[in-house]
Design a protein around this ligand. Structure first.
Ligand SMILES: Cc1cc2nc3c(=O)[nH]c(=O)nc-3n(C[C@H](O)[C@H](O)[C@H](O)COP(=O)(O)OP(=O)(O)OC[C@H]3O[C@@H](n4cnc5c(N)ncnc54)[C@H](O)[C@@H]3O)c2cc1C
Length: 379
């Protein structure tokens, strides 16, 4: 339908080489990773070696200084391939971004280069067993003791949690009771005494993703590991969340487009009552509706990406993209499963895996209900 105009020939060359990497080095192992509930660490090292991690970080800190569209290319390719266990986007586009945007020069020098090589895997821990949507209600505390903070609390559902070496922890450093102003971000290394991890959580989908619980018991975190200013954690989170939400929209549209391609191919090949499933008017209408809605979503997301490049993406734009595109993804996956018949329910078919993998898109990054709240606040 409407041609995309975002990417240059260089982005497309990069897409080809990343797609080859995904096809050759990720896809063949994904099922085994699903069984073990985490990817192999070596895939992180390999991605680092090939320059696929932290691409948009400055060269002096190990990145390639590339624009964010290179990250978008990678998110799209991972989503199309159904590589739901790979946590590179969270590492490159969320955690590294926080360090680059809010960290001191020492912090950037210390952590960004090993993150770019894949030697260090990173995570961000906001959600707790008792609170997710209401971030201001976190109970994890960090209390100053000499040159350290003493960190206590627990986090859950943490992407890259089981393998992580470094995690940004959202904690209360203040006691004013003012919620947002008491919140700070701390960089915590996984080998700190008192920091333990649970086993990867058993999830409905995204089974190769090492989502897990993290526990902090009197963990000494040097004050030098405070990211940004004390009490500024909530403001920092709000600044970055728009981009994080757009990532979910990007992944949603690409994954759903791939599902539509697979369904088109399947329904053309599968015959019922003597003719292909694709020949029935119901199928044709469903396929047409999905094509139209995905094209409409794609144009909106690409426009949001243009605004990201200009640093102009609004909170409401990102919230609209996240909720609408992830809802659309859910609807498309459901229709595509239906058009596959019984085979659509069998995990050996990519559509069945995509169906279970996509459900979390409407939940994480702020639930779709919270997205509507954010939009409503701007009206
Ligand atoms: C696979 C996966 C990976 C994740 N990765 C991470 C991660 O890396 N780091 C991290 O910190 N967290 C992560 N999360 C957590 C995720 O961000 C939270 O689950 C999410 O923000 C929702 O919080 P909650 O689970 O506490 O739900 P709750 O806040 O308990 O919400 C329950 C329900 O109430 C609704 N609700 C809440 N408030 C309102 C309101 N004001 N108005 C109307 N309805 C409302 C919600 O929309 C939802 O439907 C992950 C979650 C999953 C599933």
């Amino acid at each position: 339908m409407i041609p995309r105009t975002l990417f240059t020939a260089e982005h497309e060359d990069f897409r080809k080489s990343f797609r080859r990497f995904v096809e050759e080095e990720i896809v063949p192992h994904h099922e085994r990773w699903e069984d073990q509930q985490h990817v192999d660490r070596t895939i992180w090292n390999r991605a680092g070696e090939l320059g696929f991690l932290c691409v948009n970080m400055p060269e002096e800190y190990g990145g390639s200084g590339a624009d964010r569209l290179y990250s978008v290319v990678m998110m799209e390719e991972l989503s199309r391939a159904g590589a739901s266990g790979i946590g590179f986007p969270l590492h490159t586009d969320i955690v590294a971004n926080y360090i680059n945007n809010f960290g001191s020069d020492e912090q950037k020098k210390k952590w960004l280069p090993p993150m770019a090589t894949g030697e260090m895997i990173s995570a961000i821990a906001m959600t707790e067993p008792g609170t997710g949507s209401d971030l201001q209600a976190v109970k994890t505390t960090a209390v100053i003791d000499g040159d350290d903070y003493i960190l206590n609390g627990s986090k859950t559902f943490i992407t890259n949690g089981y393998l992580c070496d470094l995690v940004i922890v959202v904690a209360k450093t203040g006691t004013s009771g003012a919620g947002a102003k008491d919140i700070s971000l701390l960089l915590v290394e996984a080998n700190s005494p008192g920091f333990t991890k649970g086993k990867p959580l058993k999830k409905v989908g995204m089974k190769a993703q090492d989502t897990c619980e993290l526990f902090f018991e009197n963990v000494r975190v040097p004050r030098a590991n405070l990211l940004g200013k004390e009490g500024n954690g909530f403001v920092a989170l709000m600044k970055e969340l728009a981009w994080e939400r757009l990532i979910i929209a990007v992944v949603s549209i690409s994954g759903a487009e791939r599902a539509l391609e697979q369904t088109l191919e399947y329904t053309r090949g599968r015959k019922v009552f003597g003719k292909p499933v694709a020949a029935y008017q119901n199928t044709r209408f469903k396929l047409a509706e999905m094509k139209a809605e995905l094209a409409i979503g794609r144009v909106f997301v690409d426009k949001c990406l243009e605004l990201v490049l200009q640093n102009k993406l609004g909170v409401d734009d990102a919230a609209a993209a996240k909720y609408w595109c992830s809802d659309l993804m859910g609807k498309v996956m459901d229709e595509c499963v239906q058009l596959h018949g019984g085979n659509g329910y069998m995990l050996e078919y990519p559509i069945a895996r995509a169906y279970v993998d996509c459900r979390a898109q409407r939940i994480y990054g702020g639930t779709n209900e919270i997205m509507k709240e954010l939009i409503a606040r701007t009206m």
